[in-house]
Unconditional design. Structure first.
Ligand code: DC
Length: 217
């Protein structure tokens, strides 16, 4: 493993809109760890292609953009746009793109005193030796409902059925790809947040992390 053996790694994976972003930020804040939302790295590469008017189906060009992604300059507000997420999930199936971004993510994982990385393949591929692996999930209906409420909360109109279809399509693409499909690592703790508040999810995560930290040398 290229990561520094003394940095403490918390790997958080799960499907879109399961609450892993909120949980990851909360965990990173509570422990004073660095946080990387790895979805933003795929989004940044996709945005670079869109901005340059380049095709999304050319692996060599997409890989070049992935190599140029700077982890320091990832702007969540800019990158959270729906069309960037769609484009990201298309280039995320390309092995060259994944190789480039995984390399950058592994470099990040060595930061002291610890890191929280969230994504789809952190526990399975990026940091398979992480002492804490969480797989955060919720039913597609609940995830679509949360996204629906979030959009409406911003004063924008939203169509629940369209969002629900979108969540299911994104799951299919993320779970069905050949390279690094979304799935829980064998040693991941499953956190189903369908019926759980963010506070309850945080407390569950905290118990798991505290135990692993007490064993960490
Ligand atoms: O979590 P997100 O919506 O920001 O992710 C955008 C896309 O990037 C998503 O469709 C899957 C992909 N992704 C991935 O393949 N591996 C990761 N570690 C993170 C995201």
């Amino acid at each position: 493993m290229p990561s520094n053996p003394t940095s403490f790694i918390i790997a958080i994976d799960g499907p879109a809109a399961a609450g892993k972003g909120t949980l990851s930020r909360r965990v990173a804040d509570a422990y004073g760890f660095h946080h990387l939302d790895t979805g933003l790295t795929y989004r940044a590469a996709a945005k670079a292609l869109l901005d340059a008017g380049l095709p999304l189906d050319d692996p060599a060009t997409a890989e070049k953009m992935a190599h140029d992604v700077e982890l320091d300059g990832l702007d969540r507000d800019v990158l959270s746009k729906h069309e960037i997420g769609e484009a990201a999930s298309k280039i995320a199936v390309m092995p060259g793109v994944r190789r480039a971004l995984v390399e950058a993510q592994r470099r990040f994982s060595g930061k002291q005193p610890g890191v929280v990385l969230d994504g789809r393949d952190i526990g399975t591929v990026v940091c398979p030796d992480a002492p804490v692996k969480l797989y955060v999930t919720a039913s597609p209906e609940v995830r679509a409902r949360r996204r629906f409420e979030e959009i409406r909360g911003k004063g924008t109109t939203a169509d629940f059925d369209a969002i629900f279809e979108d969540v299911k399509r994104r799951d299919e693409r993320d779970m069905g790809r050949t390279d690094s499909p979304l799935k829980p690592a064998e040693d991941a703790h499953l956190l189903d947040t369908s019926e759980m508040s963010i506070e309850a999810a945080f407390q569950a995560a905290k118990s798991i992390i505290d135990l692993a930290l007490s064993r960490h040398t």
